[in-house]
Ligand binder design. Structure first.
Ligand code: IVH
Length: 671
């Protein structure tokens, strides 16, 4: 390439890369794939490597560069970076609004409303549109020069778009970390065995204050602009909202969650609206900021001590607080999960008083090293269950013992089991554990299990809460009087339920096995187990090796079946159910699990001479085959009867074997 062409191509690539950065980070509307972006980026890198004289400081390749620093230089802010006064409730906002109106001696004042980002404030200096220096807030008057680190943040443009900005423009804004990026960062820290960050703000601050910019570059930091500092050689819009529009046009990320409102009602409506949106935002905010919109008014209002009179931060209730762990207990959930829970000295957080916080699981307790008596940071965000984030270091007194999960369920006394590789421990007393009783009963009665029509959640709640039912077997002992005495139950509906219960007694082995709610045994596995063993006693007596002979049953399922029937109380429930009259047709164990139909997929079409569709399906399934409703390349056989439909045509087109009823019987008999 001729020298002139190289220069042109380099400039073209830089413009294209800047443009795509802008679309991605500022407009939030990328138009090319990551791969296409990377491709351009690599081409630019290659050209610059060949022609080092063409490298310029504002080239997108210069985001990560330079050696680690020994220390940050300090930067004096030409315009101090002040803080905001806070308003914690509506009265305080009303007082702010009143003061503004009185001082300006005007009836109508417009406010620009913005989110209050929970990150760290920085300043960015652009000379002739090129980013030249960036600094942290520091004490508000002097900060640290973190230019090299800020350059690695791709949402910070290295040069501004267009020309409608002052010669020297110092921007103010916030560096943050998106919640999802924070979660990924912490996962990576955990995998490397390094310390996790408590929240996105700490992670962002820690990332920006790295002496080695390569570390910062690896952290997906973001930036939002919300104001200006020192300005020279040019004029800016007359309002804060106009300023933000201009910054957006100049290629800076400006948050879309903003509005111009007037009056106290307008302010409070914005606050309420953003509070509602807060859980869905990709980043954390700790309130909203109201700023008098007209810059001339701002100047008239001025500052008191270190905060402006023209703006206020209306805070949301804090989502984090510190308190003391009074005790660590365990809770058994509806699914049997055994969860350690910290009992706390009551603390106001996230808008409510919190007395318990989850510790998730035993490993988490150990990783965070939480012990009774510790002072901890608790977080409650939105409607999420409060959790213990970390122990506040240096506050532990003495040597409280390390926490361990109990070996027995505190509710029913069954063994607590934690499978290798699983974080969650579970109570094994599914059918008898009071904590799991309601769930177990609902599952037992569900359509694919015993199919007891009319036994819903409200009814199960009442039956269990009144002590009428403990295990599924108790359902069959219910009387008309007992049922008719329940809320919203007349005699008619009570009788209907008794009829449904009576009807459910005649079932199949597969349904019964599924209804027991054995962990890891879903409908399909229950069918496989029933078909394989034929008889319940054979299944109950089977060892793990025998269980693993069943199609699709691996060590995990085998172990949980074994464990279930190894618990005496489960065996008793099974016996009680049979005594209550629950029956099914017991079959012979399958002669061979691996006949020619085993694991094959069949599709039925047309009317078969001697068999109903249901009977043919049952027969195929009993031989380990599956029946599907439509023909595809995964179909092994199409069984065609009289007046077959389009399925037959499709089978022929795909070259799939077509057999008739006699052919099906012959095939199955070979097994
Ligand atoms: S304006 C003179 N706008 O809040 C007023 N600040 O307590 C300058 N902050 O350190 C601040 N979001 O880090 C402003 N939309 C926003 C903000 C915001 C977050 C932070 C900023 C500052 C602190 C002031």
């Amino acid at each position: 390439m001729a020298r002139r062409d190289v220069t042109a191509r380099v400039e073209q690539l830089r413009c294209a890369i800047d443009e795509h950065n802008y679309r991605y980070y500022v407009l939030d509307a990328p138009t090319i794939s990551d791969a296409a972006y990377d491709h351009m980026f690599r081409e630019l890198l290659a050209l610059e490597a060949e022609h080092p004289e063409l490298v310029s400081p504002d080239s997108p390749t210069q985001r990560v560069g330079g050696a680690p620093l020994a220390a940050f230089a300090s930067v004096t802010h030409r315009v101090p970076m002040l803080s905001l006064n806070n308003a914690f409730d509506e009265e305080e906002v009303a007082a702010f609004d009143r003061r503004v109106h009185e001082s300006l001696e005007r009836e109508h004042v417009q406010y620009d409303c913005e989110p209050k980002f929970d990150g760290l404030a920085i300043s960015l200096l652009y000379q002739e549109g090129v980013f030249v220096q960036g600094a942290t807030r520091g004490d508000g008057y002097t900060g640290e020069d973190v230019t090299a680190n800020l350059k690695t943040i791709r949402s910070i443009p290295l040069r501004l778009r267009g020309t409608s900005f002052p010669r020297a423009l110092e921007l103010r804004g916030e560096v943050i970390l998106y919640r999802a990026d924070f979660a990924r960062l912490n996962e990576a820290q955990r995998n490397r065995g390094e310390k996790e960050f408590v929240n996105p703000r700490n992670a962002a601050a820690g990332s920006l204050r790295q002496l080695d910019p390569r570390i910062t570059a690896a952290r997906p930091l973001r930036f939002f602009a919300y104001g200006v500092g020192h300005v020279e050689g040019g004029r800016l819009p007359a309002t804060q909202s106009g300023l933000l529009d201009l910054l957006l046009e100049a290629g800076l990320p400006v948050c879309a969650e903003r509005a111009v409102v007037s009056g106290l009602d307008g302010l409070l409506a914005f606050h309420a609206d953003l509070f509602g949106k807060r859980p869905a935002l990709p980043y954390e905010i700790d309130g909203v900021v109201y700023k008098v919109d007209r810059i001339a008014d701002q100047q008239r209002l001025g500052f008191v001590s270190r905060a402006p009179r023209f703006a206020v931060a209306h805070k949301f209730p804090s989502e984090e607080a510190t308190t003391e762990v009074v005790d660590i207990e365990v809770q058994v959930g509806r699914t049997g999960a055994v969860t350690p829970v910290a009992r706390l000295r009551p603390v106001f957080v996230g808008g409510v008083t919190v007395t318990n916080a989850t510790l998730h699981n035993e490993d988490e307790v150990h990783r965070k090293d939480v012990r009774v008596g510790d002072t901890v940071v608790v977080r409650r965000a939105g409607d999420v269950i409060p959790e213990v984030l970390q122990v506040v270091p240096g506050k532990r007194r003495g040597h409280p013992p390390v926490f361990h999960l109990p070996k027995k369920c505190p509710v029913c006394g069954s063994a607590v089991i934690r499978l290798p590789g699983e974080a969650i421990a579970r109570c094994s007393g599914g059918l008898v554990c009071a904590a799991q009783r309601k769930q177990a009963l609902l599952h037992f009665a569900s359509r694919r299990a015993m199919d007891v029509d009319g036994l819903g959640e409200k009814l199960v709640d009442q039956l269990v809460d009144r002590g009428l039912v403990r295990t599924p077997a108790d359902l069959y002992a219910l009387t008309l009087e007992q049922l008719a005495g329940l809320e919203r139950m007349g005699e008619r509906s009570a009788q209907r339920l008794l009829d449904a219960l009576a009807k459910s007694k005649g079932t199949t082995l597969a349904r019964f096995v599924y209804a027991l709610g054995i962990r890891n045994v879903g409908g399909a596995t229950a069918k496989d187990l029933a078909a394989h063993f034929g008889r319940l006693d054979a299944l109950m007596a089977a060892g793990e090796a025998e269980l693993e002979e069943v199609a699709d049953v691996g060590p995990v399922v085998a172990a949980s079946v074994r464990r279930f029937f190894g618990e005496q109380h489960n065996v008793e429930v099974v016996r009680a159910l049979r005594r209550a009259g629950v029956t099914w047709a017991e079959g012979e164990p399958r002669r061979s699990t691996r006949g020619p139909a085993f694991d094959k997929t069949f599709v039925l079409t047309g009317a078969l001479p001697d068999m109903t569709r249901e009977a043919a399906t049952a027969l195929i399934e009993a031989h380990g085959g599956k029946v599907s409703g439509s023909v595809s390349t995964r179909t092994d056989y199409v069984v065609a009867g009289a007046e077959p439909g389009s399925k037959l045509d499709k089978a022929r087109a795909l070259g799939i074997a077509v057999i008739d009823e006699a052919g099906l019987k012959r095939l199955l008999e070979q097994g």
